[in-house]
Design a protein around this ligand. Sequence first.
Ligand code: 2AM
Ligand code: CA
Length: 267
Amino acid sequence: MHPMLNIAVRAARAAGNLIARNIGQQGQFSVEEKKKDDLVTDIDRECERTVISVLQRSYRDHAFLGEESGLTGNAESEFQWVIDPIDGTTNFVQGIGHCAVSIALKRAGKTEVAVVFDPMMNEMFTAARGEGASLNGRRIRVASRTSLEGALICTAFPVRYRERMGAYLELFSNLIDHCADIRRTGCASLDLCYVACGRFDGYLEQGLKAWDFAAGELIVREAGGLVTDYTGTPGYVKSGNILCGNPNVVRALLNVCNPQELPAILR
Ligand code: 2AM
Ligand code: CA
């Protein structure tokens, strides 16, 4: 295994243990609202400290971008670790065991290694650039479906961008007419990994942050998937509007999004 991936896996496991020990223990941890409907617990913060301290033991002069602590470490470094200590915090707070630790390493802006760990399922998704993607050490690939017929698609509602809701629900209604069914799980990093291993045929969500998708994006690509925004370009890196699947499914999803007619608010 790539040595940096090895360290990232160790960090993800350490944080994952904290999640597993605390989930379902409502009242034992504090819950705060960062913004309306955007939660953070002291377990999020403890997980982030744990991840950074494990990484820093091996890489003391790297930079760290964590959801909860922002940019720390050596801001000059070309190596930056992008960390979501608990992706799916709302699930965690509600005692729903679908959440993950997400860690990606970027070098000069390019993602080199990625880990998404689901501590409740004990599933470790990993990827290294050019070396493929794995689940618990076994190679994974995106599903082979050639169209949306029979497809299980994952999405989310733009609850943090309420002004997009009307346009999104129109798109949603169009989508449900073309695929078999739709899921909404509340954990973007695992949504991406589930596409990577073929559990979902495709996935689209609006307005994600870098830590939500940095690791999952590499895992999808290394599993043979395509990642674009809703107009078929790499604009998602900035907008966080992400759409992915195998190349056929991405083409079909883009057809549903109809980029020429897509409302500006969803671009
Ligand atoms: P979180 O649990 O780390 O906050 C659910 O659709 C997904 O959206 C989760 O992965 C969740 O990550 C993410 N999310 C939560 N708050 C967000 C925000 N303010 N902007 C973008 N994504 C967010
Ligand atoms: Ca989080």
